[in-house]
Design a protein around this ligand. Sequence first.
Ligand SMILES: [Zn+2]
Length: 205
Amino acid sequence: MAKLHFYYGVMSSSKSAMLGINAFNFSRTDNKWEAIKPATDNRDSDTDIVSRIGIKTKATALQNLDDYKPKRSTQFILVDEVQFFSSKDIEKLAQIADSTNITIFCYGLKVDSNGNLFPASAKLLAEADELHPMETVCEMPHCSAMASHHIRFDEQGNIIRGGNQVEVGASQYKSVCRKHFHELYDNPSAKLYKRICEINLQKTK
Ligand SMILES: [Zn+2]
């Protein structure tokens, strides 16, 4: 039986970069690994995992894990954007960890832009052997609290509530602390300052 790890954090908390660094270190020590990602995540590449700071990792994109079988030689599985898989897929990963010696590292978001757990992330919080919060600070000016939530907004700074949990690249997000999330999300007239939006839009281009 091997361990199932869940590294979770907000956007821009270096999850994909950490995955890439782990893959690099496994290769250096001649450990056999494979990386997978959900097919819905084609933001930067259909095959590579690309971190915001440019670290690239070769991966296989899968719709689901129903027919997924790791190679016999694999010692480590790295999973990017794990929140876009289903809770059934997480059960499959737990079965692999329980029936092989393959250690599994999952990286993903915990909550969506409505403050709710993604189903896969909820399942991982229940099933993972080890939980690893990845910390980064709130993106609101002068706030030094840890970011734990996402605010989704349009180009005018209007906050988007509800909507599909799985939306890749179609709108803009900011990673904020819990206090700022509720200040903005719970207040119907709240609007992100235009300047903050512009800075954020430039950063994500
Ligand atoms: Zn804050």
